[in-house]
Design a protein around this ligand. Structure first.
Ligand code: ADP
Length: 451
């Protein structure tokens, strides 16, 4: 097992990792920018190192500084969390060259899944169902038009290097396709420095359903059921739940089994999420995330498995000790990402938290790194915390969420809590009837009513 883990992240996920490490009896090192010297993860770690000024590229993304911090503290492993360097294959490689373990998959797997075209090719090879589309990058308009006619409109143009929904454009007709391609290319070039794009059939009313996997790189892999992350704004998930209101046990076992077998064959190591769009009873692979995800607590609540604990043990070379038969999905869990943003306009609202009272009680979990008097810096994401509830049924989870949201007080900054209080009382949400466009349509209708 590792002696000392350096956590190359900040905020609630740094705290989440720190908690898992402490429970395993492993010493922790926090790193922080000058803007984060008063952060909770710094206060709770055994040691801390300042790695640079506020801008992420000079601190949390600064590989030489992180290496120096490992050297100074003698850390023998690095946990990257999510975001920042978590899906940077080169970082994983460099750590390896310095005999420091990267708590995550092999660099080659990060690389494959980081390139969406390569990822899709791999998925096809492993028998994972994919969205019909171009077999690789499209080279010219003539080829694109030929494929468009084959798969049928609307067609989605996607950036191979894509992320965060950037570099995506819909073409409703063949006439719109060349324009959509050039816009997507320009956006992709600007955002990722790579203008390769590919085509996919645009699904009209899908849900976003993702499968959580755990694998040990020694041929053992299991799935831990799904999370439904269909409630999104600008392709950002804001409410995640499991099990999905749209799936039954048989469908779960089928898709979960396909994914677990694929990960075993790939000799994948650690935690991973295989994301699908789901429409009319069919699954379509969109991408794989090779790291712990923001919404992982949903899975922890319904399975009772500590994903970060498992992730650390696997990275240290332990074989997977949980068999597929041991995984039991119990009840239902819902996570709300509470941001320091105006609940209507979503403009960020950094600043000092004047008063903070998180909810509690049975089945309520708050993963947050803020405290009363803490100043949310303007340099990073605006997450105040994640509220996760668990109930014996989805109905119980919804009622629990409703009361937990009513207890939650954050003063001094604007938050998205009022939005969640509205959502939890909405009939479509209560009935589980929503797709990936539901939230945007709901927000647009609300804005119109106000005028
Ligand atoms: P990114 O890496 O930029 O987040 P994804 O491939 O994960 O890109 O897609 C992000 C979101 O875009 C999905 O959650 C879904 O809402 C939408 N999307 C992606 N592919 C399709 C598709 N073929 N049809 C319809 N919507 C899609």
């Amino acid at each position: 097992m590792f002696d000392k883990i350096l956590i190359a992240n900040r905020g609630e996920i740094a705290l989440r990792i720190l908690r898992a490490a402490k429970e395993l009896g492993i010493a922790t090192v926090a790193v922080h920018s000058t803007a984060d010297s008063e952060a909770m993860h710094v206060k709770l770690a055994d040691e801390s190192v300042c790695i640079g000024p506020p801008a992420a590229r000079d601190s949390y993304l600064n590989i030489p500084s992180l290496l120096a911090a490992c050297e100074i503290t003698g850390a023998d492993a690095v946990h990257p969390g999510y975001g920042f360097l978590s899906e940077n294959a080169r970082f994983a490689e460099i750590l390896g060259e310095h005999n420091i373990a990267f708590i995550g998959p092999r660099p080659e797997h990060i690389r494959i899944m980081g390139d969406k075209i390569e990822a899709k090719r791999t998925a096809v090879r492993l028998g994972i169902p994919c969205v019909p589309g171009s077999p690789g990058a499209v080279s010219d308009d003539a080829e694109a038009l030929r494929i468009g006619a084959e798969i049928g409109y609307p067609v989605l143009v996607k950036a191979a290097a894509g992320g965060g929904g950037r570099g995506m454009k819909v073409a409703h007709t063949a006439e719109e396709l060349p324009g959509a391609i050039s816009t997507a290319k320009a956006e992709a070039k600007a955002a990722f420095g790579d203008d390769a794009v590919y085509l996919e059939k645009y699904l009209q009313k899908p849900r976003h359903i993702e499968i959580q996997v755990l694998a040990d790189g020694q041929g053992r892999a299991i799935h831990l059921g799904e999370r439904d992350c269909s409630l999104q704004r600008r392709h950002q998930k804001i409410w995640e739940e499991g099990p999905s209101p749209a799936l039954n046990a048989e469908q779960r076992e089928e898709i979960g089994g396909i994914v677990a077998r694929a990960m075993a064959e790939l000799r994948y190591i650690g935690v991973g999420t295989v994301e699908f769009l789901y429409e009319d009873g069919r699954f379509y692979f969109i991408e794989m995330n090779t790291r712990i995800q923001v919404e992982h607590p949903v899975t922890e609540m319904i399975t009772g498995i500590d994903l970060v604990n498992e992730q650390i043990k696997i990275a240290a070379g332990s074989p997977l000790t949980i068999a597929q038969e041991d995984v039991r999905i119990t009840g239902a869990a819902i996570e709300c990402r509470v941001n320091a943003e105006h609940a209507r306009t979503f403009t960020p609202s950094p600043g000092r938290i004047a008063y903070y009272h998180p909810p509690g009680g049975l089945g309520v979990r708050v993963d947050s790194a803020v405290y009363q008097g803490y100043v949310i810096p303007p340099f990073y994401d605006s997450l105040v915390g994640k509220l996760i509830v668990h109930g014996r049924s989805r109905t119980e989870a919804l009622m629990r969420l409703r009361r937990a949201l009513d207890e939650f007080i954050v003063d001094g900054v604007e938050t998205t809590l009022p939005l969640f209080r509205t959502l939890v009382r909405n009939t479509d949400i209560q009935n589980g009837q929503y797709d990936i466009h539901w939230l945007e349509e709901f927000l647009a209708a609300e804005a119109k009513d106000e005028k």
